[in-house]
Design a protein around this ligand. Structure first.
Ligand code: GSH
Length: 249
């Protein structure tokens, strides 16, 4: 994986990762052109060569390489302040950054547990994750991906809770989020911010699980907010095949 020298923006990603979705939404909302490099499941262990965390998203912005979705979004905000995604008001900015972190560090484990660890949808999502891999990896993915995910969510803690307990936690959080967005239509203030984008990216993944979709659709104000944020921030191109698929080794 070479750092590009032509001032281009290249996102190294796994398409169905919520953190990559978050960065795509910010790029799209700011009207920036970019291309993507898709990382296959078999390549994940090589990612440490390209970013110290060994995780995606990684953004090459010209010759500068940035990793971690939060740092990427903050850098994009600095480089392309308009349209703004972080309010200038100190308190509103603090709210945005706290909610962004809540989405990344709390909601993420719900989507991991519900999409990849629970039996309802794990085979489908494991296959989706491995859809660009060799047939042998695709065959193993429905067994290996849920096992690896289970290790992560068990270690974090959510995976040790019963299904009923996880759903109770999720419903309580979705109730709070619904109250938060019903008021002005946004997480913070009267416009889209990085808080909406970060939460929407995780909610979109939770919505990809059977139980998650039921919980979200049971809350019309939340479903309406999701649609509003998705409409404003999701690139249409994400549904099209990726034009650049580069081996990151
Ligand atoms: N805090 C990081 C989280 C990124 C993350 O967890 N990415 C996952 C995909 S959703 C990943 O790359 N996992 C590969 C691994 O952990 O080896 C961010 O915001 O970018």
């Amino acid at each position: 994986m070479k750092v590009n020298t032509r001032g281009e923006i290249v996102l190294t990603q796994m398409e169905i990762s919520p953190f990559c979705d978050k960065v795509r939404r910010v790029l799209h909302y700011k009207g920036l052109n970019y291309s993507t490099r898709e990382v296959k499941v078999a390549e994940i262990s090589f990612l440490k060569r390209h970013a110290p965390t060994g995780k995606v998203p990684i953004l090459d912005y010209g010759e500068r390489r940035i990793w971690d979705s939060t740092d990427i979004c903050l850098a994009l905000e600095d480089l392309h302040p308009m349209p703004a995604l972080i309010p200038s008001d100190k308190r509103a900015r603090a709210d945005v950054m706290l909610i962004e972190d809540w989405a990344d560090e709390t909601l993420y484990f719900f989507e991991m547990t519900m999409r990849f660890a629970w039996p309802d949808d794990r085979a489908r999502w494991s296959l989706e994750l491995a859809k660009r891999d060799l047939p042998a990896v695709r065959m193993l993915a429905p067994f290996l991906v849920p096992r690896l995910t289970r290790k992560i969510v068990d270690f974090q803690g959510l995976g040790r809770k019963s299904r009923a307990h996880v759903l109770r936690d999720l419903n309580r959080l979705l109730d709070s989020l619904t109250v938060r967005v019903a008021d002005t239509g946004y997480c913070v203030g009267h416009t889209i911010t990085l808080a909406d984008i970060s939460v929407a990216a995780q909610i979109h993944c939770i919505n990809g699980s059977t139980e998650g979709a039921a919980a979200i659709n049971a809350r019309p104000d939340l479903a309406a907010w999701k649609k509003r944020i998705d409409d404003a921030t999701m690139p249409q191109a994400r549904h099209a095949p990726h034009d650049t698929v580069v081996d990151p080794r």
